[in-house]
Write a protein that binds this ligand. Sequence first.
Ligand code: PEP
Ligand code: MN
Length: 337
Amino acid sequence: MHHSATKTDFDRVAETIRSLGFKPVVMPGAERTAIGVLGNQGPVDTAPFQDLPGVLDLIRVTKPYKLVSRDFHPANSIIRLGKGIRIGGRSPFLLMAGPCAVESPGQMLKTARFLKKLGVPVIRAGAYKPRTSPHSFQGMREEGVRILAEAGRETGLLTVTEVMSPDQVDMVAREIDILQIGTRNMQNFDLLREAGRSGKPVLLKRGLSATMEEWLASAEYIMLEGNEKVILCERGIRTFETATRNTADLAIIPLVKSVSHLPVIFDPSHATGIRALVPSMSLASVLAGANGLMIEVHPDPEHATSDGPQSLHFKEFRELNRKLQTLIGFAKTKRLL
Ligand code: PEP
Ligand code: MN
Protein backbone atom coordinates (compact mmCIF):
# COMPACT_ATOMS: atom_id res chain seq x y z
CA MET A 1 0.00 0.00 0.00
CA HIS A 2 1.06 3.58 -0.62
CA HIS A 3 2.35 5.28 2.55
CA SER A 4 -0.40 7.87 2.23
CA ALA A 5 -3.13 5.18 2.08
CA THR A 6 -5.98 5.84 4.52
CA LYS A 7 -7.87 3.43 6.73
CA THR A 8 -10.74 3.52 4.22
CA ASP A 9 -8.28 2.46 1.46
CA PHE A 10 -7.09 -0.44 3.61
CA ASP A 11 -10.62 -1.49 4.45
CA ARG A 12 -11.66 -1.43 0.79
CA VAL A 13 -8.70 -3.59 -0.27
CA ALA A 14 -9.38 -6.04 2.58
CA GLU A 15 -13.06 -6.20 1.60
CA THR A 16 -12.15 -6.87 -2.04
CA ILE A 17 -9.79 -9.67 -0.96
CA ARG A 18 -12.58 -11.25 1.11
CA SER A 19 -15.11 -10.91 -1.70
CA LEU A 20 -12.79 -13.02 -3.88
CA GLY A 21 -12.75 -15.72 -1.21
CA PHE A 22 -9.24 -14.98 0.12
CA LYS A 23 -7.97 -13.89 3.52
CA PRO A 24 -6.33 -10.46 3.95
CA VAL A 25 -3.31 -10.27 6.27
CA VAL A 26 -1.96 -6.82 7.05
CA MET A 27 1.83 -6.81 7.39
CA PRO A 28 3.31 -3.54 8.62
CA GLY A 29 6.88 -2.88 7.50
CA ALA A 30 9.46 -0.16 8.03
CA GLU A 31 8.92 1.38 4.60
CA ARG A 32 5.49 0.24 3.56
CA THR A 33 2.58 -1.80 4.80
CA ALA A 34 1.65 -4.76 2.64
CA ILE A 35 -1.62 -6.63 2.59
CA GLY A 36 -1.12 -10.32 1.95
CA VAL A 37 -3.73 -12.21 -0.04
CA LEU A 38 -3.81 -15.72 1.37
CA GLY A 39 -5.80 -18.78 0.47
CA ASN A 40 -5.50 -22.11 -1.26
CA GLN A 41 -8.01 -21.69 -4.07
CA GLY A 42 -5.62 -20.92 -6.91
CA PRO A 43 -4.17 -17.75 -8.38
CA VAL A 44 -5.55 -14.32 -7.46
CA ASP A 45 -7.11 -12.12 -10.14
CA THR A 46 -5.28 -8.80 -9.81
CA ALA A 47 -7.76 -6.79 -11.94
CA PRO A 48 -10.13 -5.84 -9.06
CA PHE A 49 -7.21 -4.21 -7.22
CA GLN A 50 -5.68 -2.32 -10.11
CA ASP A 51 -7.48 0.98 -9.59
CA LEU A 52 -8.25 0.87 -5.89
CA PRO A 53 -7.05 4.01 -4.09
CA GLY A 54 -3.98 3.51 -1.90
CA VAL A 55 -2.67 0.50 -3.80
CA LEU A 56 0.96 1.07 -4.77
CA ASP A 57 1.94 -2.23 -6.30
CA LEU A 58 0.68 -5.77 -6.88
CA ILE A 59 3.33 -8.38 -6.25
CA ARG A 60 2.71 -12.04 -6.98
CA VAL A 61 4.44 -14.31 -4.47
CA THR A 62 4.47 -17.79 -5.91
CA LYS A 63 6.60 -19.46 -3.24
CA PRO A 64 4.93 -22.11 -1.04
CA TYR A 65 5.69 -19.83 1.89
CA LYS A 66 4.63 -16.20 2.01
CA LEU A 67 4.34 -14.92 5.58
CA VAL A 68 7.79 -16.39 6.19
CA SER A 69 9.29 -14.65 3.18
CA ARG A 70 10.99 -11.28 2.93
CA ASP A 71 8.56 -10.40 0.12
CA PHE A 72 5.92 -9.99 2.82
CA HIS A 73 8.14 -8.75 5.62
CA PRO A 74 11.42 -7.24 4.42
CA ALA A 75 12.93 -6.38 7.84
CA ASN A 76 14.37 -9.00 10.23
CA SER A 77 11.83 -10.24 12.74
CA ILE A 78 12.67 -9.71 16.36
CA ILE A 79 11.00 -12.25 18.62
CA ARG A 80 10.31 -11.54 22.28
CA LEU A 81 10.77 -14.72 24.27
CA GLY A 82 9.90 -13.36 27.71
CA LYS A 83 11.89 -11.94 30.65
CA GLY A 84 13.30 -9.27 28.32
CA ILE A 85 15.10 -11.82 26.13
CA ARG A 86 14.85 -11.33 22.34
CA ILE A 87 16.20 -13.06 19.26
CA GLY A 88 16.60 -11.84 15.68
CA GLY A 89 17.91 -8.75 13.93
CA ARG A 90 20.43 -6.91 16.07
CA SER A 91 19.42 -8.67 19.28
CA PRO A 92 22.31 -10.25 21.18
CA PHE A 93 23.45 -13.71 20.02
CA LEU A 94 21.28 -16.13 22.00
CA LEU A 95 22.53 -19.26 23.71
CA MET A 96 20.23 -22.13 24.64
CA ALA A 97 21.78 -25.13 26.35
CA GLY A 98 21.00 -28.13 28.49
CA PRO A 99 20.86 -31.90 28.46
CA CYS A 100 19.18 -33.89 25.72
CA ALA A 101 16.63 -35.20 28.21
CA VAL A 102 15.21 -34.34 31.62
CA GLU A 103 16.43 -37.14 33.89
CA SER A 104 15.87 -35.89 37.45
CA PRO A 105 15.21 -32.69 39.43
CA GLY A 106 18.82 -32.72 40.63
CA GLN A 107 20.26 -32.98 37.12
CA MET A 108 18.07 -30.09 35.89
CA LEU A 109 18.74 -27.81 38.82
CA LYS A 110 22.47 -28.40 38.63
CA THR A 111 22.46 -27.56 34.92
CA ALA A 112 20.19 -24.53 35.35
CA ARG A 113 22.40 -23.06 38.08
CA PHE A 114 25.50 -23.65 35.97
CA LEU A 115 23.94 -21.91 32.95
CA LYS A 116 22.60 -19.06 35.07
CA LYS A 117 26.09 -18.36 36.39
CA LEU A 118 27.44 -18.14 32.84
CA GLY A 119 24.67 -15.79 31.73
CA VAL A 120 23.05 -18.30 29.36
CA PRO A 121 19.38 -17.20 29.28
CA VAL A 122 17.60 -20.35 28.02
CA ILE A 123 17.70 -23.94 29.29
CA ARG A 124 16.65 -26.83 27.06
CA ALA A 125 15.80 -30.45 27.87
CA GLY A 126 13.49 -33.01 26.33
CA ALA A 127 10.62 -34.49 28.33
CA TYR A 128 8.95 -36.21 25.39
CA LYS A 129 11.78 -37.90 23.53
CA PRO A 130 11.40 -39.03 19.91
CA ARG A 131 13.66 -42.07 19.87
CA THR A 132 14.50 -44.18 16.84
CA SER A 133 14.00 -47.38 18.82
CA PRO A 134 10.94 -47.91 21.03
CA HIS A 135 13.27 -49.79 23.38
CA SER A 136 15.28 -46.62 24.13
CA PHE A 137 14.44 -44.21 26.98
CA GLN A 138 11.27 -42.32 25.96
CA GLY A 139 11.53 -39.39 28.35
CA MET A 140 9.89 -38.42 31.64
CA ARG A 141 6.90 -36.88 29.81
CA GLU A 142 4.57 -34.70 32.01
CA GLU A 143 6.78 -35.14 35.03
CA GLY A 144 9.78 -34.05 32.95
CA VAL A 145 7.94 -30.93 31.80
CA ARG A 146 7.24 -30.00 35.42
CA ILE A 147 10.83 -30.62 36.48
CA LEU A 148 12.15 -28.41 33.68
CA ALA A 149 9.60 -25.68 34.46
CA GLU A 150 10.60 -25.77 38.13
CA ALA A 151 14.31 -25.45 37.27
CA GLY A 152 13.38 -22.44 35.11
CA ARG A 153 11.38 -20.80 37.90
CA GLU A 154 14.07 -21.45 40.48
CA THR A 155 16.80 -19.80 38.39
CA GLY A 156 14.86 -17.30 36.27
CA LEU A 157 15.91 -19.00 33.02
CA LEU A 158 13.61 -19.35 30.04
CA THR A 159 12.77 -22.94 29.14
CA VAL A 160 12.41 -24.85 25.87
CA THR A 161 11.19 -28.40 25.34
CA GLU A 162 9.91 -30.55 22.51
CA VAL A 163 6.24 -31.31 21.86
CA MET A 164 5.64 -34.48 19.86
CA SER A 165 1.90 -34.45 19.37
CA PRO A 166 -0.91 -31.85 19.28
CA ASP A 167 -2.46 -33.09 22.54
CA GLN A 168 0.75 -32.23 24.45
CA VAL A 169 0.77 -28.60 23.34
CA ASP A 170 -1.72 -27.19 25.89
CA MET A 171 -0.01 -28.57 28.95
CA VAL A 172 3.51 -27.77 27.75
CA ALA A 173 2.52 -24.24 26.70
CA ARG A 174 1.23 -23.56 30.23
CA GLU A 175 4.53 -24.61 31.83
CA ILE A 176 7.26 -23.82 29.32
CA ASP A 177 8.37 -20.64 27.50
CA ILE A 178 9.33 -22.00 24.06
CA LEU A 179 7.91 -25.01 22.22
CA GLN A 180 10.34 -27.10 20.17
CA ILE A 181 9.22 -29.06 17.14
CA GLY A 182 11.73 -31.78 16.44
CA THR A 183 13.26 -32.86 13.20
CA ARG A 184 11.05 -35.95 12.93
CA ASN A 185 7.92 -33.85 13.28
CA MET A 186 8.79 -30.97 10.97
CA GLN A 187 5.98 -31.99 8.65
CA ASN A 188 3.47 -33.03 11.30
CA PHE A 189 1.07 -30.38 10.05
CA ASP A 190 -1.52 -30.76 12.82
CA LEU A 191 1.25 -30.30 15.37
CA LEU A 192 2.50 -27.20 13.55
CA ARG A 193 -1.01 -25.70 13.58
CA GLU A 194 -1.55 -26.49 17.25
CA ALA A 195 1.84 -25.02 18.22
CA GLY A 196 0.94 -21.97 16.12
CA ARG A 197 -2.37 -21.57 17.94
CA SER A 198 -0.66 -21.70 21.35
CA GLY A 199 0.81 -18.25 20.66
CA LYS A 200 4.09 -19.40 22.24
CA PRO A 201 7.44 -18.93 20.50
CA VAL A 202 8.12 -22.05 18.41
CA LEU A 203 11.58 -23.43 17.68
CA LEU A 204 11.22 -25.32 14.42
CA LYS A 205 13.99 -27.79 13.66
CA ARG A 206 14.76 -28.65 10.07
CA GLY A 207 13.58 -32.11 9.02
CA LEU A 208 16.14 -34.90 8.64
CA SER A 209 15.94 -34.73 4.86
CA ALA A 210 13.99 -31.53 4.34
CA THR A 211 14.81 -29.01 1.66
CA MET A 212 14.91 -25.35 2.60
CA GLU A 213 11.61 -24.83 0.83
CA GLU A 214 9.90 -27.62 2.79
CA TRP A 215 11.31 -26.26 6.04
CA LEU A 216 10.06 -22.74 5.36
CA ALA A 217 6.68 -24.04 4.23
CA SER A 218 6.40 -25.76 7.64
CA ALA A 219 7.16 -22.44 9.34
CA GLU A 220 4.36 -20.96 7.24
CA TYR A 221 1.86 -23.35 8.88
CA ILE A 222 2.75 -21.90 12.28
CA MET A 223 2.59 -18.30 11.06
CA LEU A 224 -0.76 -18.87 9.35
CA GLU A 225 -2.26 -19.43 12.80
CA GLY A 226 -1.33 -15.83 13.60
CA ASN A 227 1.85 -16.77 15.45
CA GLU A 228 4.84 -14.75 14.25
CA LYS A 229 7.21 -16.09 16.88
CA VAL A 230 9.04 -18.72 14.85
CA ILE A 231 12.73 -19.54 15.28
CA LEU A 232 14.30 -21.82 12.69
CA CYS A 233 16.95 -24.32 13.79
CA GLU A 234 19.45 -26.01 11.48
CA ARG A 235 20.42 -29.31 13.13
CA GLY A 236 22.17 -31.18 10.33
CA ILE A 237 20.71 -33.18 7.48
CA ARG A 238 21.06 -36.75 6.34
CA THR A 239 23.57 -37.33 3.55
CA PHE A 240 25.72 -40.25 2.36
CA GLU A 241 28.29 -39.27 5.00
CA THR A 242 28.22 -41.45 8.10
CA ALA A 243 31.40 -40.20 9.80
CA THR A 244 29.29 -37.55 11.51
CA ARG A 245 25.77 -38.22 12.83
CA ASN A 246 24.35 -35.71 10.36
CA THR A 247 25.88 -33.25 7.92
CA ALA A 248 25.99 -29.71 9.28
CA ASP A 249 24.55 -27.51 6.57
CA LEU A 250 25.99 -24.17 7.60
CA ALA A 251 25.46 -22.71 4.14
CA ILE A 252 21.72 -22.87 4.64
CA ILE A 253 21.93 -20.26 7.42
CA PRO A 254 22.84 -17.26 5.22
CA LEU A 255 20.62 -18.62 2.45
CA VAL A 256 17.55 -18.88 4.70
CA LYS A 257 18.28 -15.44 6.07
CA SER A 258 18.36 -13.99 2.57
CA VAL A 259 14.85 -15.24 1.77
CA SER A 260 13.23 -15.11 5.23
CA HIS A 261 12.99 -12.53 7.99
CA LEU A 262 12.89 -15.20 10.72
CA PRO A 263 15.82 -15.77 13.09
CA VAL A 264 17.91 -18.90 12.52
CA ILE A 265 19.86 -20.79 15.14
CA PHE A 266 22.26 -23.72 14.85
CA ASP A 267 22.37 -26.97 16.83
CA PRO A 268 25.95 -28.30 16.57
CA SER A 269 25.23 -31.23 18.88
CA HIS A 270 22.76 -33.08 16.65
CA ALA A 271 24.42 -31.74 13.49
CA THR A 272 27.66 -33.56 14.32
CA GLY A 273 26.86 -36.12 17.02
CA ILE A 274 30.46 -35.77 18.21
CA ARG A 275 31.35 -33.75 21.31
CA ALA A 276 34.79 -32.78 20.01
CA LEU A 277 33.29 -31.11 16.94
CA VAL A 278 30.79 -28.96 18.82
CA PRO A 279 33.12 -26.04 19.69
CA SER A 280 34.52 -25.43 16.20
CA MET A 281 31.12 -25.76 14.51
CA SER A 282 29.57 -23.42 17.07
CA LEU A 283 32.18 -20.79 16.34
CA ALA A 284 31.73 -21.24 12.60
CA SER A 285 27.98 -20.71 12.87
CA VAL A 286 28.52 -17.26 14.38
CA LEU A 287 30.26 -16.07 11.22
CA ALA A 288 27.70 -17.87 9.06
CA GLY A 289 25.19 -15.42 10.54
CA ALA A 290 23.32 -17.59 13.06
CA ASN A 291 21.22 -15.67 15.59
CA GLY A 292 22.03 -18.17 18.30
CA LEU A 293 22.94 -21.73 19.24
CA MET A 294 21.29 -24.67 20.93
CA ILE A 295 23.93 -26.87 22.56
CA GLU A 296 23.65 -30.08 24.57
CA VAL A 297 25.48 -29.98 27.88
CA HIS A 298 25.19 -32.47 30.74
CA PRO A 299 26.62 -32.67 34.28
CA ASP A 300 27.66 -36.29 33.61
CA PRO A 301 27.52 -37.08 29.87
CA GLU A 302 28.98 -40.57 30.39
CA HIS A 303 25.79 -41.53 32.22
CA ALA A 304 23.26 -39.52 30.16
CA THR A 305 20.09 -41.37 29.13
CA SER A 306 20.45 -40.00 25.59
CA ASP A 307 22.97 -38.22 23.38
CA GLY A 308 25.81 -38.44 25.92
CA PRO A 309 28.54 -38.73 23.24
CA GLN A 310 27.57 -35.36 21.76
CA SER A 311 26.95 -33.56 25.06
CA LEU A 312 29.60 -31.24 26.45
CA HIS A 313 30.91 -31.51 30.00
CA PHE A 314 30.40 -28.31 32.04
CA LYS A 315 34.10 -27.48 31.75
CA GLU A 316 34.00 -27.77 27.96
CA PHE A 317 30.86 -25.65 27.77
CA ARG A 318 32.43 -22.95 29.94
CA GLU A 319 35.45 -22.84 27.65
CA LEU A 320 33.27 -22.73 24.52
CA ASN A 321 31.19 -19.92 26.01
CA ARG A 322 34.37 -17.92 26.61
CA LYS A 323 35.46 -18.41 23.01
CA LEU A 324 32.01 -17.52 21.69
CA GLN A 325 31.85 -14.29 23.68
CA THR A 326 35.35 -13.36 22.46
CA LEU A 327 34.48 -14.10 18.85
CA ILE A 328 31.14 -12.27 18.99
CA GLY A 329 32.81 -9.21 20.54
CA PHE A 330 35.57 -9.26 17.92
CA ALA A 331 33.14 -9.76 15.05
CA LYS A 332 31.06 -6.81 16.24
CA THR A 333 33.94 -4.35 16.73
CA LYS A 334 35.50 -5.33 13.37
CA ARG A 335 32.10 -5.29 11.68
CA LEU A 336 32.44 -8.82 10.37
CA LEU A 337 28.72 -9.34 10.70
C1 PEP B 1 16.78 -32.81 20.63
O1 PEP B 1 16.84 -31.56 20.54
O2 PEP B 1 17.17 -33.45 21.61
C2 PEP B 1 16.31 -33.56 19.44
C3 PEP B 1 15.73 -34.75 19.57
O3 PEP B 1 16.57 -32.92 18.30
P1 PEP B 1 16.24 -33.31 16.77
O4 PEP B 1 14.76 -33.23 16.67
O5 PEP B 1 16.96 -32.23 16.02
O6 PEP B 1 16.81 -34.67 16.53
MN1 MN C 1 19.36 -34.84 21.79
